[in-house]
Design a protein around this ligand. Sequence first.
Ligand SMILES: [Zn+2]
Ligand SMILES: [Zn+2]
Length: 294
Amino acid sequence: MKQPKELARFIESEVIRQYGAEKYLLRLFITLRDTQLEDRALSTILSVQQTVLSNKAFGPYFVTTGVLGALCDILERENNREVPEPGIVSSIAESTVDIFGWITEEVPLAEGAAILIREHNIFHLIARYILHLSKTLTARGLDYVLEFCRANEHLGQRLAARSGKNALRKDYQRALRQEWAPLLIAPDNLHTLNHPDGVRIIKLVRQAWWRLGSVGAGFNEEKEKKEYEKRAEKMCSWRECCWHTIEPPSPTKLCQGCGEARYCGSPCQRRDWKGGHERACRRLKNTSHHGPVP
Ligand SMILES: [Zn+2]
Ligand SMILES: [Zn+2]
């Protein structure tokens, strides 16, 4: 979210003063909600917004125009792609992560970070995005994740310095707690698949995520891991499932093989089986086993 000088001047004098920040966002909202828009077009539009939206005049209108919600829905949709493709698709998600980091840092809390946390469960979106990095990893995506983590670590410190009831800090901690330990527990090799620089990258992401919880929210790693293990009994075991950190609407079913892993449904069971449970299941059961019940 850096503006070349001439572009910054253009946005200031034409987009903001002539057209108007609110009107621009209202128009952008229509595009972001356009279900007919192709991935390539959306990718281009979003990468332009990374530059345009970094003018502070847009700050008061992200929520009221619906743009913030639309960006969150886009990231959620990208997270739900079963097989994310490299290139265009990863660039769509990356742009949203960049914009969220910037909003957290630069937009007044009531119009930015507070809404991201309370209404859009932003930590859930980002944690799932980090898991997806293993498949669509780019240097750009990594930078934005690190920036998002730093912006939110800084947010946590700003909230901790506040006095009074501090309801936002409690909401921040509650939302982050749900996601923090599960991602720390995720296996080390998760993000290193098919990437020559994987070891270094996983280390950087882990450090940033760890600092976000420890420094930003004041969490104790051991305590949070233990508490998640208790909670996890109700969740889907597949780490990329949206019910991995949130309790699903209907109870999970036990894996017939080991009787320990649990799933919200057979698609997750199949994915986890391929994603490593095949070996873990045998270890847990320690007898012959014929695979998951479809
Ligand atoms: Zn099993
Ligand atoms: Zn699931």
